[in-house]
Write a protein that binds this ligand. Sequence first.
Ligand code: BGC
Length: 506
Amino acid sequence: MSFEQLHRETAAKLDDAVDKICSQLVVEKEQLKTMTEGFIEAMENGLNHPNSSEVNSSTTPSPNSAGLSMLPSFVTGLPNGTERGILLACELGTMHFRICSVELLGDHTFQLRHVKSHLPQEVIEEDTASSDKLFSFMARRTYAFIKRAHPEVLDPHAGVSMKMGFTFTYPVEQTSLNEGILIRWTKNVQIKDTVGRDVVQLFQDQLDSQGLERIRIVALTNDTVGTFLSLCYSSGSSMSSLATGEVVEPVIGCIIGTGTNGCYMESTENIGKLQPELRERLIREGKTKMCVNTEWGSFDNELKYIPTTKYDTLIDQKFSSNPGFHLFEKRISALYLGEILRNILLDLYQQGLILTQYRTERSLPHRLKTPFELGCQVLAHIEIDDSTNLRETELTLLQSLRLPTTPQERYAIQKIVRAISRRSAYLAAVPIAAILMKTGALTKRYHGEVEVGCDGSIAEYYPGYRSMLRHALALSPIGTEGERKVHLRIAKDGSGVGSALCALVA
Ligand code: BGC
């Protein structure tokens, strides 16, 4: 066989293999329907089942077959934009800690000063990480910030104290607004001695030992809850405007970034997992609604509904730090999209269909061989490349992975990237459609429209993502009519403002 024939044959095989992979990533209309129904059922199960089994299963995890976590947040009221005050807020994200001073101006706006610090390796790396190291790092960063932004708090004679809201971006079981036991780490963070402990207490102890006793953590919020509250603050929790003729109600707060998750207001009486006396007391006090953190990243850990390729299984079992958990998140969020692409490329390489200039797997570029080294921003660049021969993609792959490619390989990679991101957006539409249906939000008012507040790198920056998500919403059981009533709003940095709001009312 001549070289040309061989080349043509390999090219045709590559096309076939890529088409096969992409077809496995397609989410059909029918699947959207079954997943949405399954999601509603999982919400109902989760509202009525305690999470204690999950807490205990932290060392030997077994997926929660009862459904979603559906964690009560103890947030029972929503801001309307008139709130005023100066508060502290902080957020522990996957790679960062952020401390903010928030001034709520009472007119739907706020002023925010903040310092964001990267978490040092020894604080998060599995071998060296510990709760003490993490929370004392956070307390030291807080001290440095307070010294500049609010020195009066450090003066023992001034008698000034400040309330702080703490945004925590991992699942915790709350027993009140300022108490939360870590159920498990997600997003590849692994600090074993934090699971099963109260993260507010751990942080407050470290603040106290830094001499920051006058800062009191009064509220703990998941990032989705913070995003939702900040959306309510900036648009008004139930906005109805005669001037614009619009009636818009904030219904969901969600994150589509490194991880993914969402929250919404549920009737207190439907939250069967709350102790009956507590539930009755809340209802008596007029707290008839509570924000529930669904922890939707863990939807369908039993794999009854969500599409699964061999790459998803490999990533979950071999490379992720929480195998068997957060399987939905592992098909949607930024941490995993690049990893899916990396595993597909390795598979095609092993079949001799791509990157054939590398004779052995060992000689492949380091970043292609290393789990989680292919970042989602690489996919974002490739997604929108329309340059001749995909020159932009060539540069991106060279810069980020040191990977030279042929035009044919690049077209194949782009096709895969688009299939991965589309699957992510279609799956992300499922919980949104399900919550809108379960709450009846789309039919509550005459011509009522709804707002979904989103934060996170994918929701905000991934090209075309929100329009793919809308497309999937239109195909979902809410249909085109429902989709038209949905406003997706970016609630940038929402969680900081949200936890300050929470601290204000605590
Ligand atoms: C966590 C959620 C969080 C989401 C977005 C997930 O991995 O379990 O608690 O809201 O990431 O940050």
